[in-house]
Write a protein that binds this ligand. Sequence first.
Ligand SMILES: NC(=O)c1ccc[n+]([C@@H]2O[C@H](COP(=O)([O-])OP(=O)(O)OC[C@H]3O[C@@H](n4cnc5c(N)ncnc54)[C@H](OP(=O)(O)O)[C@@H]3O)[C@@H](O)[C@H]2O)c1
Length: 361
Amino acid sequence: MRPTLRQRILPVSLSEFTMPTLTAWETPKAGSLARLTQKTMPLPTLPLGQLRIGVHAVGLNFADIFALTGLYSATPQGAFTPGLEFSGTVIDAGAHNKATDSLFKVGDRVMGVTRFGGYCSVIDSEPDYLMPLPHHWDFPQGAAFPAQTLTAWYALTTLGNLQPDHNVLIHSAAGGVGLQAMKLTQALGATPVGTVGNPNKARILQDMGFSDVLVRQRDFSRQLTESGHRFDLVLDAIGGTVQQASFAALNPMGRLVVFGAAEFTPTGNRPNYLKAAWRYLRRPRYDVMDMISNNRSVMAFNLIWLWEQKTIMQTLLRELQAIDLPPPHVGHRFAFDDAHAALALLQSGQSVGKVVLEVPQ
Ligand SMILES: NC(=O)c1ccc[n+]([C@@H]2O[C@H](COP(=O)([O-])OP(=O)(O)OC[C@H]3O[C@@H](n4cnc5c(N)ncnc54)[C@H](OP(=O)(O)O)[C@@H]3O)[C@@H](O)[C@H]2O)c1
């Protein structure tokens, strides 16, 4: 058949000229979950020294909700893509292709952390922020590991000074960070006592072998006193009266490690600023003079600042790899397109383990 005029002018099909693209979830600015939309854009040039990862799975973090609703101080100004951790395959090793001592090569399965930008089908990353994905883990398990396990580890060991004879109270014990904290506490020979918001989570934890789990009641202070438990370490990311009661249950030399404030979680797309302000005014406060008298202390952290401290982060990751934990529990897998549904589940406080988005390949 004779070629048409169009075929003679354009002998190569248009699809062959199609620019390679990436798909990302982006919000024009923080303030409302509803602003998050999916965008497709051309792949940028791979920056020197970085590796290009074809993302298979993205791990959701509670911080994503706080960032999108404008309640997280580390959130970038203006437009941004949420997301702090991912897993995937190296699809372009750039200059590392030629380096014989390079840790990663094209085709390697990796997991990594990123300072925002995680909800994306392609991520460019410095090798320092990547780790090999253990061969017996799947991609969602890899995307569930770095941020939440680093958080649990830093809270327990660096700040918490965890010792094998310690009793440790871990709030939201069935959550992403909480489950890893329960496992790490056990792995280090200490005794974890978990708290959760509903009996279903308590059953799941018990099935996993954690015998000491409290379903938090309205009067948590009374519940804790009646339970007779005393603690050497408390991990809290809820705040309010739960945190206050936990501090009161510390043994001398005990430490309360605070790393979040889930009680501020908005129930809709936007924060209720009046409610948040009320909670803020009633937040627990601690008197350092009392801390001296009672020999108990409060510590707090935000791991996002570790992004700049690569050496510390690498040390923590090496320490973690030496523990040889089983793969993290992925409770909920959503398609990449269903980010809104995945965020809604995490925000509801009903999720168990990690919530993950899977990128179609
Ligand atoms: N500072 C840091 O560097 C850092 C890093 C990572 C995570 N975090 C914090 O650690 C916490 C856990 O993070 P994650 O990603 O693993 O989340 P997650 O624990 O999987 O989910 C959050 C949990 O918070 C509890 N919760 C308490 N009050 C709530 C409320 N009003 N609304 C919704 N949920 C409520 C719920 O569990 P229960 O009801 O069972 O308690 C919920 O499942 C978050 O507060 C997060 O901000 C801090």
